[in-house]
Design a protein around this ligand. Structure first.
Ligand SMILES: NC(=O)c1ccc[n+]([C@@H]2O[C@H](COP(=O)([O-])OP(=O)(O)OC[C@H]3O[C@@H](n4cnc5c(N)ncnc54)[C@H](O)[C@@H]3O)[C@@H](O)[C@H]2O)c1
Length: 287
């Protein structure tokens, strides 16, 4: 049977951990050749090696992708290695601080603009000429925080709302070249970011994430990667300009309708679910 991304070439930014790692492995499992891109300190070589060992095709690219020369080099490496580019996954992002705006540092704000937005812009700019040749597509990391706004995450949510709006503009402008653009909007996902021990959230927020989610648990990186896969594949050929929420219902759950459902309704159902959680952000290829 033909795999869903057979013959496709994809760049995944922020591919060394968390959701990006799950996307890289899922795409490779579905036949894509993958460029795993991230900061020099990220585990991008490890992820590329794991894919290769499992029989897939991947190379690593290291560099700060918020620098235009690096974004260009990443695309150049892709074309040099694999001959073309079909899919750009703009997943890279940062979440440096949780604070009221009155206490939020200027450094954290600048850092987010740079890595959540400038990286998305520069990677899209560098990739589009190649994507126009292949009639490819872009999928960008949005967020629940960019849809509804979250206290103490107002600035982070702002950077994600930028990504949603940027994607919509791209979708309309690039349709004439056959290029589709969409966003995935994760809710609370089981990566280093959503645990008080490994990210900026405190224990209270960790608890709120679960209580506010109708499905009653965090999502796994694989569950987010599944939606990236759909949007990046030909199955989504008529989907452009969309923000697909992968949030266990938390965006609605926090709204006026969701508020009416008491917490007893927002619980994980009993019984085992066949899911792999990965609190440290590391994931493995699933068959
Ligand atoms: N984890 C969640 O609950 C959640 C919720 C909503 C949205 N998201 C989004 O999903 C994406 C992935 O999040 P994650 O939880 O897997 O985090 P993560 O930290 O595991 O992955 C993000 C990766 O991006 C890399 N990166 C950031 N800026 C970069 C740059 N300029 N150049 C190269 N690499 C860069 C980081 O080093 C990191 O490896 C982010 O865009 C995030 O905003 C996550």
């Amino acid at each position: 049977m033909k795999k869903r991304l057979e013959d496709k070439v994809a760049i995944v930014t922020g591919g060394g951990s968390g959701i990006g790692e799950a996307i890289c492995k899922k795409f490779a499992n579905e036949g894509a050749r993958v460029v795993v891109a991230g900061f020099p300190e990220d585990s991008v070589e490890e992820v590329a090696n794991e894919i290769t060992k499992a029989g897939g095709k991947a190379v690593a690219f290291t560099g700060d992708l918020s620098v235009e020369a690096n974004a260009r080099k990443c695309v150049e490496l892709t074309v040099q290695e694999f001959g073309k580019l079909d899919i750009l996954i703009n997943n890279a992002g940062v979440f440096p601080e949780v604070n009221l705006v009155t206490d939020y540092t200027e450094e954290a704000f600048d850092y987010m603009l740079r890595h959540n937005n400038k990286t998305t812009f520069l990677m899209s700019k560098a990739a589009l000429p190649e994507l126009q040749k292949t009639k490819g597509n872009i999928v960008i990391a949005g967020s629940e925080a960019g849809m509804v706004g979250i206290p103490q995450n107002a600035a982070y949510g702002g950077t994600k709302a930028f990504n949603h709006a940027f994607m919509r503009g791209l979708a309309v402008e690039q349709a004439q070249f056959g290029v589709r653009c969409n966003c995935v909007g994760p809710g609370p996902i089981d990566t280093a970011w959503t645990h008080a021990s490994t990210g900026p959230m405190d224990k209270e927020m960790e608890k709120t994430n679960k209580i506010a989610t109708p499905i009653g648990r965090l999502g796994t990186p694989e569950e987010v990667a599944n939606v990236y896969l759909f949007l990046a594949s030909a199955e989504a050929s008529y989907v452009t300009g969309a923000v697909y929420m992968v949030d266990g219902g938390i965006t609605l759950g926090k709204g006026p309708i969701g508020e009416k459902a008491d917490s007893s309704m927002k619980q994980e159902p009993e019984g085992d679910l066949d899911l792999k959680h990965s609190m440290d952000g590391h994931t493995s290829i699933r068959e």
